[in-house]
Ligand binder design. Structure first.
Ligand SMILES: Cc1cc2nc3c(=O)[nH]c(=O)nc-3n(C[C@H](O)[C@H](O)[C@H](O)COP(=O)(O)OP(=O)(O)OC[C@H]3O[C@@H](n4cnc5c(N)ncnc54)[C@H](O)[C@@H]3O)c2cc1C
Length: 476
């Protein structure tokens, strides 16, 4: 009798505990944001400020590790100012390490140096501090953070999406919401693995760079050029169209690294490039932090939305294909997505068609320009150094102007002007470009106004890049 009473009470305690675990591990929200990086934080912030009440922000990292990422740490000062205007106290808390005065874009033979007095337009940040400030200020907006939780699967159930996350508990965390915003970065499972987005959204090996970078101090005498500068050295022979960067973090601290297309990583190691071609230039150095990472560098994926889903930041491959900079675009795309979420979720209008507005806004802000810049990326991946030296020296590839043509119209105008020279050159890489750039200009103007029409559009759009690539490819 006593035994069975004890058994019943233990059983009821266990049942209550499992009910509690169930309650803790299951919840419904207005939106679920996967990834608390720059894109995810801004999406959460914008959605909260626009009035959404129940926001889940989920990251696989532990809370105090969120924000640390292998990165060049360079970001336009205008983005810092924008974040500060929203209330993120960045500079006052030491998130900006340095403000750069000069940029140099240097030819492989080092004879051409485009020196650009950028006078404080580029900030070099402390990536971890920056990420932690974004995170902590964001979750102050009554946002529920689930850390140490990795997205594993999603399933549509009626008009909500159920997302399952692996945690350090035996039970998965199950969250549901009408809208899921994916800010999980380059390795987004939603973009690549779940069969929701098709082949045109996949990032191919030549459309991503593997980078190795170190944060280090340079001891002894350092040539003047490296102080308060951001230096980019492009080359085919060394980096296969990628580049080596040297960013001054203030004083004698540097963020230096290099990236090569993934297609080459079996043959070449970026770490070796770093050791042989970069760090050896200096008398002595001390490594403070090192590591590698991938960055997408391709023309924009044709659509960033599906029913109940929006891709932001690296998850949507919204990165400048020419230099791999994606911090600014991740902030902006997250912010746009958060604002849209606040409009569509209360109305329960979360179909692909309802969310199409996001594609249009992101296209206008970034992707038009990136669609042209991708031709320059393909060109750089397929131009031997002797030719690149000539193009830079003779000025028919003015990398400084291309880098700093910040508006689509400006870039298109520049490309057209250069096109007049390119067609005169005895070189098919350049001869072909004007025609392909015009084709893409026309295609982006004809971007579908709704999901209807995207299937044929994306096929033609992608064909233009693969045609140019196959005609000029050095490595078949
Ligand atoms: C070596 C290198 C150098 C770079 N240098 C620069 C530079 O100088 N300037 C610049 O502008 N850009 C640079 N970039 C690109 C820039 O870092 C990215 O574009 C930017 O960080 C993208 O932000 P994001 O929020 O989209 O993704 P991320 O910052 O990658 O954030 C994604 C978040 O999602 C989480 N996550 C991932 N998977 C899951 C999952 N399954 N479940 C839950 N959470 C998940 C991650 O933990 C992370 O917190 C560089 C990139 C690399 C690799």
């Amino acid at each position: 009798m006593i035994r069975s009473k004890i058994f019943i009470s233990i059983a009821s305690i266990l049942a209550k505990q499992s009910l509690l675990v169930d309650l803790l591990m299951k919840a419904s929200f207005d939106i679920i944001i996967v990834g608390a990086g720059t894109a995810g934080c801004l999406a959460a912030y914008a959605a909260a400020k626009e009035g959404l009440g129940k926001i889940a922000l989920v990251d696989r990292k532990a809370k105090n590790q969120i924000g640390s990422k292998i990165c060049g740490d360079g970001i336009g000062i205008k983005h810092i100012e924008f974040l500060e205007s929203l209330g993120y106290p960045l500079r006052e808390n030491g998130a900006v390490r340095n403000v750069i005065q000069m940029a140099h874009i240097i030819s492989p033979d080092t004879k051409t140096d485009f020196s650009i007095p950028i006078q404080g337009q580029l900030a070099i940040i402390d990536r971890h501090k920056f990420g932690q400030i974004l995170l902590n200020e964001t979750i102050n907006e009554h946002i529920t953070l689930y850390d140490k939780s990795t997205l594993n699967s999603i399933e549509r159930k009626g008009n909500v999406v159920e997302a399952k996350f692996t945690t350090n508990q035996a039970e998965p965390l199950i969250l549901s919401a009408p809208l899921i915003i994916d800010g999980s970065g380059f390795n987004s499972k939603i973009r690549e693995d779940f069969g929701i987005f098709d082949e045109y959204a996949k990032v191919k090996d030549d459309e991503q760079y593997y980078c190795y970078r170190e944060i280090c101090t340079l001891e002894g005498k350092v040539p003047e050029k490296y102080s308060d500068s951001a230096i980019f050295e492009f080359s085919y022979d060394i980096t296969k169209g990628g580049y080596m960067w040297f960013f001054n973090r203030g004083g004698n601290e540097y963020n230096m690294g290099t990236g090569i297309p993934k297609t080459w990583i079996k043959d070449i190691s970026p770490k070796k490039i770093f050791q042989v071609n970069m760090i050896n230039r200096f008398q002595s150095s001390k490594t403070l932090n090192f590591g590698g990472g991938f960055v997408p560098t391709r023309h924009p994926i044709p659509t960033h939305v599906k029913d109940n889903i929006i891709l932001i930041g690296d998850a949507g491959a919204i990165v400048n294909p020419l230099h791999g900079g994606g911090l600014g675009a991740s902030l902006a795309s997250g912010y746009i997505a958060g604002k849209i979420a606040a409009k569509v979720v209360p109305d329960q209008t979360v179909s692909e068609e309802d969310l199409w507005i996001y594609n249009q806004k992101v296209l206008e802000k970034y992707c038009l320009r990136y669609s042209i810049l991708d031709f320059y990326r393909i060109l750089l991946q397929n131009i031997p150094d002797a030719e690149l030296n000539r193009a830079l020296a003779e000025g028919y590839l003015p990398m400084d102007k291309i880098f700093y043509a910040r508006e689509y119209e400006q870039l298109m105008q520049l490309s057209r002007k250069l096109g007049q020279i390119w067609t005169q050159l005895p070189n098919h890489r350049f001869n072909l470009l004007p025609n392909y750039i015009e084709k893409i200009n026309q295609m982006t103007a004809d971007y579908p106004t709704s999901p209807e029409g995207i299937n044929s559009w994306q096929k033609d759009y992608s064909q233009i890049y693969s045609e140019y690539q196959s005609k000029i490819a050095i490595k078949k």
